[in-house]
Design a protein around this ligand. Structure first.
Ligand SMILES: Nc1nc2c(ncn2[C@@H]2O[C@H](COP(=O)(O)OP(=O)(O)OP(=O)(O)O)[C@@H](O)[C@H]2O)c(=O)[nH]1
Ligand SMILES: [Mg+2]
Length: 426
C-alpha cells in the first residue's frame, strides 16, 4: 500500500562565524587583522527521483538537516560551505512549504531548494578601514531556513482502474503486473491505491488500482474524495464492470453510477479516454459475454474488452489496448529550472530595509524588521566594538532617529531582534 502524505521537519545549515584574529609575526608585536569568513550553510533540496515510488521512507525519518558552514579562522582561512542535503521524493509529489508556497515535482530530475542555508559571517579582515586598523569584531553566521513541509503524493499513474467495489479491479492489476494487491470476495478490500507496472521491452506503463467508488463518492462518501484525487492525473481510465454482480445489481446501472461520480468530481475526468473491461467472463456463458460486449461497444463507442482474471482471457488484448492508447510521455525539457516547478510565486518578505519602532513602556522601546533582526543575529553584543558597530549601523538605517521621534532618550531600554539592551548611542 502507498503512504501518500508525509510531514517533514527541514532545517538548512547555519552559516559559519567569521573569525576575529590578528597576524602574529616574530618581529611585529601586533599584526593586522587576518580573520577569515564563515562558510555558507548547506541548502535542503528536494529532488524528484523515479527510483522512489512512495513516501514510505518518511515514516522512519522526518528530520532533515543540511550541514552547517565551517567557521572562519586566522590567516584569512574561510570556513567551508556546508554541503546541501538532497532529499529524493517520488514523481507526483506535491510540496507545501511552511510559508504556503507550493511546488509540484512531477518528472525525474526536477529539483526545488526548499530551505536555503544561512550566509556565513565576515571575518574581522573585512572590517579593516583607514580609521580602523585593528577591528575587534567579526560577524556571526546566520541560521538557515527552517520549518515544516508537507508532502502529498498524488499517484502518477498512466492508467487508472475504476469501478464499483468487488468489480475485479485488483484481480486485473495482479494479472497485468507484478503487483500483489489483496483480493477478496467482499467489497472495500482495497483501501488505498496500489500501483503496478506493465512492462514491455521499450515501455513502462504505471497502472493504479483505485479503491472501489460508490454512489456519492464525489460528495465525500467513503473515501471518495481521496480516491478520486488519485484518478485526476491518469491519462486513461479502465472502467472495470462486473458482467454478473453477485449482489444481483444491474451492470448498466452500476456503470452509470461510476461515470456519474467521475464527472461530478471533475468534469475533466469525463473527458479522459476510456476502455471498458467487462470482468469475470468465466462466470457467464461465452455468448452472453459477446452479446454484452457488442451492446456496450455500440452504446459507448469506446473499446470494450471481455476479460477474466481467473482464466486470463482477454488480458493480452487489454494490455495491448493500454499501450496503444496511452501516449508516450514527453521527456523532461533540458534546463528545467525551479520556475517550471513552482505553482505559485514565492512569497516575498517585506522590503529588506524596512523596520518599525514602537514604545513598550516609559523607558522601553521595540524595533522590529528583518534587516534589524539580521544585524543583531550577526553580532555578539557583549563585545564593545561590535556593539558600537551595531549602533552605527542602526543610526545609518535611520532606526535611532525613528526612535528619537517617538521619545527615545539615550540610556533607555530597546528591544532589538528579541534582545533587550540599554542603548546609549554616542
Ligand atoms: N470467477 C472470477 N472471479 C473473479 C475474477 N476477478 C475477480 N474475481 C473475484 O471477485 C472478487 C473481488 O475481486 P477483487 O479483485 O478484489 O475486486 P476489486 O474490484 O479490487 O474490489 P475492491 O478492492 O473491494 O474494490 C474476488 O473474490 C475475486 O476472486 C474473475 O475473472 N473470475
Ligand atoms: Mg481491490
Amino acid at each position: 500500500m502507498l503512504t501518500d502524505r508525509a510531514q517533514l521537519e527541514i532545517r538548512a545549515g547555519t552559516g559559519g562565524n567569521g573569525s576575529l584574529s590578528f597576524r602574529r609575526e616574530a618581529h611585529v608585536p601586533k599584526g593586522g587583522p587576518d580573520g577569515g569568513d564563515g562558510g555558507r550553510g548547506g541548502d535542503v533540496v528536494l529532488r524528484c527521483d523515479d527510483s522512489v515510488r512512495d513516501l514510505q521512507s518518511f515514516r522512519r525519518r522526518v528530520h532533515f538537516r543540511a550541514e552547517n558552514g565551517g567557521h572562519g579562522s586566522g590567516s584569512q582561512r574561510h570556513g567551508a560551505d556546508g554541503e546541501a542535503l538532497i532529499v529524493p521524493v517520488p514523481p507526483g509529489t506535491q510540496v507545501e512549504r511552511w510559508d504556503g508556497t507550493r511546488y509540484d515535482l512531477v518528472r525525474a530530475g526536477q529539483e526545488v531548494t526548499i530551505a536555503r542555508g544561512g550566509s556565513g559571517g565576515r571575518g574581522n579582515t573585512r572590517f579593516k578601514s583607514s580609521t580602523r586598523q585593528t577591528p575587534r569584531l567579526a560577524e556571526r553566521g546566520l541560521p538557515g531556513d527552517e520549518g515544516r513541509i508537507e508532502l502529498h503524493l498524488k499517484l502518477l499513474a498512466d492508467v487508472g482502474l475504476v469501478g464499483l467495489p468487488n468489480a475485479g479491479k485488483s484481480s486485473l492489476l495482479a494479472r497485468l503486473t507484478r503487483a500483489q494487491p489483496k483480493v477478496a470476495a467482499y467489497p472495500f478490500t482495497t483501501l488505498a491505491p496500489v500501483l503496478g507496472v506493465l512492462e514491455t521491452a521499450d515501455r513502462q506503463l504505471v497502472i493504479a488500482d483505485i479503491p472501489g467508488l460508490i454512489e456519492g463518492a464525489s460528495g465525500g462518501a467513503g473515501l471518495g474524495h481521496d480516491f478520486l484525487a488519485h484518478v485526476e492525473r491518469t491519462r486513461l481510465l479502465v472502467h472495470v464492470l462486473d458482467l454478473q454482480p453477485v449482489d444481483g445489481s444491474d451492470p448498466a446501472e452500476n456503470h452509470r453510477v461510476i461515470e456519474g461520480e467521475l464527472a461530478e468530481h471533475d468534469p475533466q475526468l469525463a473527458e479522459l479516454p476510456r476502455i471498458l473491461a467487462l470482468s469475470k467472463a468465466d462466470l457467464v456463458p461465452d455468448e452472453d459475454a459477446e452479446a454484452a460486449a457488442a451492446e456496450w461497444a455500440e452504446r459507448l463507442a469506446i473499446p470494450v474488452v471481455i476479460t477474466s482474471s481467473a482464466t486470463g482471457h482477454g488480458l493480452d488484448r487489454l494490455g495491448r489496448e493500454l499501450l496503444r492508447r496511452v501516449p508516450v510521455a514527453e521527456p523532461l525539457p533540458e534546463a528545467a529550472g525551479e520556475d517550471d516547478v513552482a505553482e505559485f510565486q514565492v512569497f516575498r518578505p517585506a522590503a529588506r530595509g524596512s523596520f518599525e519602532v514602537e514604545r513598550t513602556g516609559e523607558h522601553g522601546f521595540r524595533v522590529t524588521g528583518e534587516a534589524v533582526d539580521r544585524l543583531i543575529a550577526r553580532h555578539d553584543l557583549a563585545n564593545e566594538e561590535a556593539l558600537a558597530h551595531v549602533e552605527h549601523r542602526l543610526r545609518r538605517m535611520g532606526v535611532i532617529s525613528a526612535l528619537e521621534a517617538i521619545g527615545f532618550e539615550p540610556g533607555d531600554d530597546v528591544e532589538l531582534g528579541g534582545v533587550v539592551f540599554e542603548l546609549d548611542p554616542s
